[in-house]
Design a protein around this ligand. Structure first.
Ligand code: NA7
Length: 512
């Protein structure tokens, strides 16, 4: 659909009227999908957000476990254009983040554009019409010139492969499928998993449970971080003068923990990783009194292999008399509880599986078929990948927010998504100008990116022999291996020469 094409006689028409109005399908109404919706709405574009659930919020809607907290400081985990005076503490809780996204979506007028309870089952590129054809779980179909896949990363719960799990007579549940009827108060609770989630749940449930066992396959690096509540007076001051929030957000110190973790990942010989390890070890020494417990909690691999745990209260929690840290291997789950390899049984009422997510799924299980029926599942059979984490050869006008190979570490994914949107927005310009109907990265450019990325990853911390969800089944990190600054620079202006338009009939650089 081309609208407002001008002739010489029509030269008085405004530039806007000469532009081609694209139709966009945004998949997912989480943080990134709402961002895309706001940006498209501000530009007056035609778009629909398809959301499989009945409510927006993505990970913050799905996760409701006790203690749910974002490990990025609250004022850094906000859209750059929408500072928020209401954060109650240095780190925000899940429920208030959910409220933030709901308020923001309302405020920016994107709610009417969201189709709830409409899962996108398939996206198929129609070469004749140069459009994406979508099938929805409702049985309806839709057409879009461009697809923005903002379907999230950590949303397919990983159930542990532990014998007898189904035989448990009590309540067993994954952390991302929390149920309020799970016995907790005065109950015997076991938590398997020692990532950010497990640590947060242990800390929150310790005062409530009669007994609590934390099953740790691997000990964690626990970073002591500041934590305080914002008073009502402070929040009132933020409401009256948003410049006070900007001052926090622009404060280098505020971002320091985020940056230093990235440096630790990418510069394994540098001072940051050594400083982080020392800080965490000092924290362990100074916080945990019992030497036997201290040894149980001591990590035996380099910091930054796994996402660093930011906690101000975990070590206090595990030293309470009702808590036991269990490092023995789990033999199996039995009806009464968890049987260890050495024969001991932990009798439990509730077993929480904080065992993480299948981090390699992205938009799947949605079927995505690009040019000539090219299947995304096939293209990703070894590992999910995207050119600069955003676009894929053979999948024209298909863009991802927080897609594979993007930065991980303890970044604010909001900041990452905003930068990715700025990049995608520039890629769309030749289409809006009517210079082409499709754009995608060239296979050659993408192959070069993957080669450089994988080579660079070998000299990051992940090359030191790590085990975490940042690595795929073949041991290749799925993340951005360069600095944050390099990412920001890459996103600021796409190298258009690496893109082809209309299936290679035009080079994108010719359209600049
Ligand atoms: P993570 O960080 O993937 O942590 C999962 C944890 O579960 C981790 O400690 C695993 O141990 C443990 N795990 C997984 N399977 C098992 C089995 N079979 N037995 C024992 N222990 C197991 O998930 P989270 O939900 O905590 O955090 C995900 C991200 O969400 C986090 O990085 C933040 O970005 C927010 P392992 O270390 O593999 O030995």
């Amino acid at each position: 659909m081309i609208v407002g094409r001008t002739t010489n006689q029509e030269s008085a028409l405004s530039i806007d009227q000469q532009r081609r109005l694209l139709r966009y399908a945004v998949i997912g109404a989480g943080m990134a999908g709402i961002l895309a919706a706001i940006r498209l709405h501000q530009k007056g574009e035609q778009f629909t957000v398809y959301e499989k659930a009945g409510r927006l919020g993505g990970t913050w809607r799905e996760n409701r476990y006790p203690g749910l907290t974002c490990d990025v400081p609250a004022h850094a985990y906000t859209y750059s254009f929408e500072p928020y005076a209401e954060w109650r503490a240095y780190y925000a809780e899940g429920a208030e983040i959910q409220t933030y996204f709901e308020r923001t979506a309302e405020k920016y007028g994107v709610m009417p554009h969201i189709r709830f309870n409409a899962e996108v089952v398939s996206c198929v590129w129609d070469e004749d019409e140069q459009v994406w054809r979508l099938e929805l779980s409702t049985g309806e179909t839709a057409v879009a010139d461009a697809v923005i896949a903002a379907s999230g990363v950590l949303h397919h719960p990983r159930m542990p492969d532990i014998e007898g799990l189904d035989s448990f007579a009590g309540t067993a549940l994954h952390s991302a499928r929390w149920r309020d009827d799970a016995p907790v108060d005065g109950a015997r609770v076991g938590i398997i998993g020692n990532g950010s989630t497990g640590v947060q749940i242990v800390t929150a449930l310790q005062p409530r449970a009669a007994q609590l066992v934390h099953f740790q396959r691997s000990p964690q690096w626990i970073m002591p971080v500041p934590y305080f509540q914002y008073s009502e007076e402070e929040r009132e001051a933020f409401r009256r003068d948003p410049a006070l929030i900007d001052a926090i957000r622009n404060d280098k110190e505020y971002w320091a923990n985020i940056y230093r973790f990235t440096q630790a990942i990418t510069d394994t010989q540098g001072p940051e990783i050594a400083a982080i390890e020392q800080l965490c070890l000092d924290n362990l020494e100074n916080s945990v009194r019992d030497p036997a417990l201290r040894e149980k909690l001591r990590p035996n691999y380099r910091a930054a292999c796994k996402r660093l745990i930011y906690s101000w209260s975990y070590y206090d929690a595990v030293q309470q008399p009702n808590v036991e840290v269990e490092r023995e291997a789990i033999a199996r789950v039995e009806p009464e509880g968890v049987r260890m390899a050495d024969g001991r049984l932990h009798a439990l009422d509730t077993l929480v599986l904080a065992t993480g997510f299948h981090a390699d799924r992205f938009i799947r299980p949605t079927t995505v078929l690009g040019r000539d029926g090219l299947s995304l599942d096939d293209v990703w059979s070894v590992r999910p990948t995207a050119y600069y984490a955003v676009a894929i050869p053979g999948f024209p006008n298909f863009f991802m927010l927080n897609g594979p190979t993007g930065p991980v570490g303890n970044f604010s994914l909001i900041d990452i998504a905003e930068r990715q949107w700025a990049y995608i927005d520039q890629l769309l310009e030749p289409l809006r100008r009517g210079e082409a109907e499709s754009i995608e990265p060239s296979a050659q450019a993408h192959a070069g990116y993957e080669e450089r990325r994988i080579a660079a990853a070998k000299s990051t911390i992940f090359g030191s022999g790590c085990n975490s969800w940042y690595l795929d089944a073949t041991g290749v990190p799925s993340s951005w291996p360069w600095s944050y600054e390099a990412f920001a620079e890459a996103m600021a202006s796409p190298v258009m020469a690496d893109y082809v338009m209309d299936g290679g009939q035009k080079t994108a650089c010719a359209a600049e």
